[in-house]
Write a protein that binds this ligand. Structure first.
Ligand code: FE2
Length: 430
């Protein structure tokens, strides 16, 4: 069974990454940053956790206001460094942990935390700034696997402090019920006091920052009761992102051992580090088994229904390239390339030979088996002038005539907005 060995809190200001990249270790203005991170780095080097749950917020880099998630869990196998305007930092991509992420995702949703899930997104300084100083790389590779949890704290309404604390408690049950025998550390980033917008830009509160570290360690429920406005008043509006630290604290035992804490205010943001070791007592084995049974309950038996393939994270990960390619046909430029030179479109999308073959043969059933979702197949149908009915018939292994006999009316349709395209249906479904 997975064990939580500790919780880490660190600021994620870009100054940390900048100081590291510019080799400012000996510069008196920057040296305290490295000194404060050194014990945390040492803790990671000694404890060598198999996985980190890494809580951070994106800074309008990979998550924009067209669809802004409040809690988004990464299920990918790798996370590249984002370009925030001046090119990405020269760091290797961080290795994900899709199996652990899927377990945590399923457990949290079962407990009614309806997260969103992401893949194929580079991550910004909220993620990589502390990472680059916290973890010692071995032959340029990161020493552990990572499950990122992005919290939307920049567009109000944002999650309450209380909700973050409860999410942490649910995260603990998710991690501890993971059946593999691995060690896990929970890392929270953000803060401390700062404000970077408006006439109050430059606001800090050293006294509050120090108090926050103490109360988070000893009495986190008090912090969970505070409102966003109360956080903004004492720590600056952007400083309210410290509610993310409550997710980490919620995942730990009530009693924790504080191994290290430090605080330094060089410029705009209070830079803090905190290491808490977990003091969890064991629970009876049945507790985690019962939890896993509850996780399985909702979909139990669905995959055993004949010809039924629930679109799970595992299928979504496997079919991602194809789903992305077919979804891309909603873009007129990509659609035009596909119709003009199908092979060039496949190559540009980086599809594998197996994926290309499924598409060339218009193997509608094979694509479903592979991990393609129906709702991009109907887009391909619209591009090719193939009706939805043709696709349904092909998936069932029937001719269109056979399938139509099973319907109450003999109507044909597709999702194409071009009636010329549907005037003469592509009869063989190709
Ligand atoms: Fe931030």
């Amino acid at each position: 069974m997975a064990r939580i060995i500790g919780g880490i809190g660190v600021s994620h200001t870009p100054t940390i990454g900048f100081a590291y990249d510019a080799s400012k270790q000996a510069d008196p203005a920057w040296a305290p940053i490295f000194q404060s991170f050194e014990p945390v780095r040492g803790w990671f080097a000694k404890q060598r956790p198999d996985a980190l749950i890494y809580i951070f917020n994106d800074h309008i880099t990979s998550f924009f206001f067209d669809n802004y998630p409040l809690f988004a869990l990464g299920i990918d196998s790798s996370y590249a460094v984002a370009d925030e305007g001046g090119g990405p930092r020269a760091l290797p991509a961080a290795p994900g942990n899709p199996a652990l992420a899927q377990h945590i995702g399923a457990s949290l949703v079962m407990e009614e935390f309806d997260l969103s899930f992401f893949q194929d997104k580079p991550l910004d300084h909220g993620f990589f700034s502390p990472m680059s100083v916290l973890l010692e790389r071995i032959d340029t590779e990161w020493p552990t696997t990572i499950v990122p949890l992005q919290v939307g704290v920049l567009q109000f309404p944002i999650p309450t402090a209380a909700r973050c604390y409860k999410l942490g408690q649910a995260l603990r049950r998710a991690i501890e019920s993971y059946p593999e025998d691995i060690s896990v550390a929970v890392v929270a980033t953000g803060g401390l006091s700062h404000q970077v917008h408006g006439e109050r830009a430059g606001f800090n509160n050293v006294e509050w920052d120090r108090q926050f570290l103490d109360v988070l360690t000893d009495d986190p429920a008090r912090l969970a009761a505070m409102t966003h406005a109360e956080y903004a008043r004492v720590g600056g509006l952007e400083g309210a992102e410290v509610i993310m630290w409550l997710i980490m604290r919620g995942a730990l035992s009530a009693d924790v051992r504080r191994i290290h804490s430090s605080y330094y205010l060089p410029s705009m943001t209070g830079i803090a580090t905190l290491v808490l070791e977990n003091q969890a007592a064991a629970v009876p084995g049945e507790f985690n088994e019962r939890h896993r049974r509850r996780m399985a309950e909702q979909l139990d038996g669905a995959a055993a229904l004949p010809g039924t393939y629930p679109f799970t994270h595992a299928r979504s990960l496997k079919g991602y390239r194809m789903n992305k390619f077919l979804h891309g046909l909603t873009n007129p430029t990509q659609r035009e390339l596909f119709l003009r030179d199908e092979e060039a479109a496949y190559t540009r999308a980086g599809l594998s030979d197996e994926e290309k073959d499924l598409l060339r043969r218009r193997d509608w059933r094979g694509m479903i088996h592979y991990g393609v979702i129906f709702f991009v197949l109907e887009k391909l149908g619209a591009v090719l002038g193939v009706s939805n009915l043709h696709i349904y018939a092909a998936m069932r292994g029937e001719s269109l005539e056979q399938f139509m006999k099973t319907r109450n009316t003999q109507v044909m349709y597709s999702v194409s907005g071009d009636s010329n395209r549907s005037a003469g249906w592509n009869k063989d479904g190709k």
